[in-house]
Design a protein around this ligand. Structure first.
Ligand code: CMC
Length: 444
């Protein structure tokens, strides 16, 4: 990991004043607040940095997830994602992400017991979900129902109370699959299936999604493991849009249910967790392999994006995409091959050779293949980001905990550069000049 050498500094010469400043450099980073001493006049506000979309700004110091985007490395608490995907389970990984260390046997058993025994929802939540239209998007249902949980657990507002935070952590990780499954069952008009505490975390999710009239649902072990691995891969990804939303909203000291609702909303967008849904819609739209070159041509002409490709941080193959590609083969052995796989493989083959994608270092990301697996398991496209949200819950809580315990953090509040009007006087309505819009003028 890039650790800054001691006593490194940056000398800044302000050409406006001829003054020189020496600014400390730590971890290859200067502190934005160190720029504020740089002024032309004593009563100036001081120099700011402008960084729309935070492309070059660290907003926190974190110990959770490490990514080296050039080398395609992802580690949770130091453990390579490849090892966790091979050896661990989602619940064990969630423990690691939240606590910083792998649990011993007793700790893991206790953790699993606590998660398993918080999976039930208050019956009123069912009425709440019943109120949604039959074709409501399940992400909308998830955002609202998670936010609604804050009204059932008002003690969650005690965010500085460690025991209360832990209780909400159990509840959130445990109830998210139940909320997701209830949203799905509502969509398809099926009665809600209650949690089965004898099943594993992913096995129980499959039970709540797919149980029909059988007395006991027996999940297919290959699909159960596939969900577990997908959840491990999605558990955290450092300061992405939704983690930033979680920290940002959480910094107002709101309860974790409300902050998670905000994080899920951030995840919903097609540039983030909604990308797996967008990939499937794109593949359906392309339809056949013969249409791939024409589609690539359109993308290169700026008419749409190749969804599931590109990443702000990875400028190499997303390590999660590699694991998912292998996982897909195992799942397809059980479910039958998803016919869209050939289309995806052809898109990848062409894109990886095409100079447009090569020059911009655009590689398949985690979402390029995950949707194909979810579809093969039998889930509709709308549910893909919902599964992402279940998995990311542990990461969001870990990011929130870290933010709360960091003495340097305060309510998030960026600055702006104001380019609006100077002060002007209010004009009464009868004195305002009517200016028709271009289309109104054209109609006349
Ligand atoms: N297809 C075609 N062109 C692309 C794509 C793409 N998927 N992604 C980036 N580009 C081009 C973009 O047009 C720009 O070209 P130019 O320099 O000529 O203007 C250049 O590559 C840099 O793109 P950018 O938009 O400045 O990059 P970014 O870091 O802001 O965006 C991204 C990252 C993930 C939003 C973007 O790559 C994208 O929209 N990908 C498709 C959506 C997607 O798959 N999202 C899932 C991300 S992984 C899961 C997660 O963490 O949420």
């Amino acid at each position: 990991m890039e650790q800054g050498k001691k006593d490194e500094t940056l000398t800044i010469l302000d050409n406006r004043t001829g003054k020189k400043y020496e600014i400390p450099v730590t971890d290859g980073t200067i502190r934005a607040m160190d720029l504020r001493q740089i002024k032309v006049l004593d009563d100036d506000f001081g120099l700011m940095s402008y960084d729309p979309a935070f492309t070059n700004t660290a907003s926190c110091v974190s110990h959770i997830t490490y990514i080296d985007g050039d080398k395609g490395i992802l580690r949770y608490r130091g453990y390579p994602i490849e090892q966790l995907a091979e050896e661990s389970t989602y619940l064990e990984t969630a423990y690691l992400i939240l606590h910083g260390e792998l649990p011993d046997e007793r700790e893991l058993a206790e953790w699993m017991w606590n998660i398993t025994h918080h999976t039930m929802l208050h019956e009123n939540i069912k009425k709440f979900i019943d109120g949604f239209h039959y074709d409501a998007h399940p992400m909308g249902m998830l955002i609202s129902s998670v936010a609604a949980l804050s009204t059932f657990y008002p003690e969650a507002r005690q965010i500085h109370n460690t025991a209360s935070r832990l209780k909400q952590t159990f509840r959130l990780i445990a109830k998210m699959p139940t909320l997701a499954a209830f949203a799905y069952r509502h969509m398809i008009g099926m009665p809600y299936a209650y949690p089965d505490n004898d099943l594993s975390y992913p096995g129980n999710l499959l039970n709540m999604l797919f149980k029909m009239t059988e007395v006991r649902y027996n999940p297919n072990p290959v699909l159960e493991r596939a969900i577990d691995v997908l959840f491990i891969l999605h558990a955290d990804h450092e300061q992405n849009c939704s983690a930033n939303a979680m920290r940002n909203v959480g910094s107002s000291l709101v309860d974790p249910y409300s902050a998670i609702a905000a994080a899920i909303a951030a995840l919903y967008g097609p540039l983030h967790g909604g990308a797996n849904e967008a990939v499937l819609r794109m593949l359906n739209e392309i339809g056949t392999i013969e249409h791939v070159p024409a589609f690539i041509k359109k993308v290169k002409a700026g008419e749409g994006r190749l969804m599931g490709f590109g990443h702000r941080v990875y400028k190499n193959y997303d390590p999660r995409a590699k694991i998912i590609k292998r996982l897909a083969d195992e799942v397809f052995e059980v479910t039958g091959r998803n016919p869209l796989l050939d289309l995806a493989l052809e898109l990848e083959r062409i894109a990886l050779q095409d100079e447009y994608f090569v020059n911009r270092r655009l590689y398949p990301n985690v979402d390029f293949y995950s949707g194909l697996i979810y579809q093969a398991i039998g889930l509709p496209i709308d549910m893909f980001p919902v599964l992402f949200a279940i998995a990311r819950t542990s990461g969001w809580i870990a990011q929130w905990e870290e933010m709360l315990q960091d003495p340097e953090q305060k309510i998030a509040r960026p600055r702006q550069i104001y380019h609006g009007e100077e002060q002007r006087d209010y004009v009464p309505i009868d004195k305002r000049k009517y200016q028709p819009s271009e289309s109104q003028a054209a109609e006349r």
